[in-house]
Design a protein around this ligand. Structure first.
Ligand code: GLU
Length: 466
């Protein structure tokens, strides 16, 4: 089998949306699975709609997702001369012809065909020679589609799909201004780049039959096609802006981690038995086209959240801290000091346990930073109110704990509650409110241990006058 070469071929007209990201992922996985190559081609032939910002957003999105491509990204526009050369070759071989029709004439023919309920084939000039006057006019080059027979494409996802050739229009290859059409460019580029597998959205399935004829006319081998169903929103409708954020960078901003996003996108349209959690390494070993589903996949934020929570739990503390450090410093308004970093590293496993997205980590992590005096939630204020004297006594009691470990801290609190004949909750609640300001937190004595004796003492005293 020849070396597998896949490609991702986005048009740079906007951000890298979630459907494109999944297409890129499947191409990347397929190439990595077969020790092949994954190429990136920017389809920037449409000069009016293509922008540099969109190219940058696509590259940034792919890099965030960890989808590295082999070699430099190719610009389709830069190959325009080569596209033209192929159109001229087809013309010289009699497989294409000059079309002198103006856009007004074509519009008229198109509407006439519509009125007659016939397909518009664009073939007015197919078997016609121009007179001397017409021959001076600008012309487009159109492909001479076969009028008989049919083509069956054995699509790796859609199965065998057959189209009657007489339904195919004599599409334009080269416009009268000399620019190539997308339909020509995509075939020439895929051929020149040695692409063996074209894996893309099924909105391109119809194009495949037209593109097939360009391969056939040039005598080139046709790549394997795999057209993957589109992604729908949770309501079953085609995914659109209404369904929420769509650009990959927005998912990054919402606090999803790339591992979770890859796993989620993988499962969104592909399955391996009942497995839900599939690491990237495992995905590279397992990915195939047979198990891409034929029905549209539905986007589901809860699933993505659950996967994100899973991947955050499995990350080591240093990694999570590095992911939230910037945001955390913005949140607390200060650079992290060494002592805060130490506390955060100790607390991270329990923070990650309770977080779904990175912003949850930021909020919970802020508890371990030097942000005294803490801002109180209403509930925390209410809990603290009237408990000033007790907080002072507790602060002193805790200052006398000789070994600052969770067990000893707990003992000291219990002994205080017993001496005062108070229920443990009556003592714990104000301590928690003073230490957290009301933010959700895990085990209280673990929190005290990680905060350290002095910081805990100071936080208790800060609230003694409430
Ligand atoms: N540039 C096309 C798009 O963004 C993709 C073409 C292809 O994959 O063949 O939809």
């Amino acid at each position: 089998m020849p070396k597998v070469i896949t490609r991702f071929a986005p048009s740079p007209t906007g951000f890298l949306h979630i459907g494109g990201a999944r297409t890129a992922l499947y191409n990347w996985l397929y190439a990595r699975r077969h020790n092949g190559q994954f190429l990136l081609r920017i389809e920037d032939t449409d000069r009016k709609r293509s922008t540099d910002e969109a190219v940058a957003a696509i590259l940034a999105g792919m890099s965030w997702l960890g989808l590295d491509c082999d070699g430099e990204a190719v610009s389709q526009y830069a190959q325009a001369e080569r596209h033209k050369e192929v159109a001229l070759k087809l013309l010289a071989d009699g497989k294409a012809y000059r079309c002198y029709a103006t856009s007004e004439e074509l519009a008229e023919l198109r509407s006439k065909a519509r009125d007659e309920g016939k397909p518009f084939l664009g073939d007015v000039w197919r078997d016609k020679e121009p007179d001397a006057e017409t021959a001076k006019r600008p012309y487009a080059i159109r492909i001479k589609m076969p009028r008989e027979g049919e083509v069956t494409i054995n699509d790796e996802v859609q199965g065998n799909v057959t189209v009657q050739n007489k339904e195919l229009d004599d599409m334009i290859l080269l416009r009268s201004d000399g620019t190539p059409t997308y339909m020509l460019a995509v075939v020439v580029d895929d051929h020149d780049m040695g692409v063996t597998h074209v894996i893309r959205g099924d909105d391109h399935l119809n194009n495949a039959f037209r593109q097939y004829q360009v391969y056939a006319a040039m005598g080139w081998s046709v790549p394997v096609f795999a057209h993957i169903p589109l992604i729908h929103g949770p309501d079953g409708k085609k995914l659109s802006k209404r369904h929420g954020a769509l650009g990959v960078e927005e998912y990054a901003e919402m606090g999803f981690v790339p591992e979770a996003m890859r796993n989620y996108l993988l499962r969104l349209g592909w399955s391996h038995g009942d497995d839900e959690i599939i690491s990237t390494q495992q995905a590279i070993e397992w990915f195939n086209l047979e198990n891409v589903g034929r029905g549209p996949a539905r986007f589901d934020f809860d699933k993505l959240d659950n996967l994100n929570a899973h991947y955050m739990r499995t990350m080591n503390s240093e990694t999570i801290l590095s992911l939230v450090k910037n945001e955390l410093e913005i949140y607390t308004g200060d650079k992290l000091a060494e002592i805060e970093i130490q506390r955060l590293l100790a607390a991270m496993p329990s923070i990650a346990e309770r977080a779904k997205r990175l912003p949850d980590v930021v909020e919970a992590a802020s508890l371990y930073c030097n942000t005294r005096p803490l801002k109180l939630t209403e509930k925390a204020s209410a809990t603290l109110s009237g408990n000033g004297p007790m907080l002072v006594e507790l602060a002193e009691k805790l200052l006398s704990v000789s070994s600052w470990k969770s067990d000893q801290i707990k003992e000291a609190i219990i002994s205080y509650a017993t001496a005062k004949e108070l229920k443990l909750g009556k003592v714990m609640q104000p301590i928690r409110a003073a230490l957290t300001g009301g933010l959700p937190s895990g085990d209280l004595t673990d929190l005290l241990e990680i905060l350290g004796q002095q910081e805990s003492y100071d936080r208790l005293l800060d609230q003694a006058n409430t």
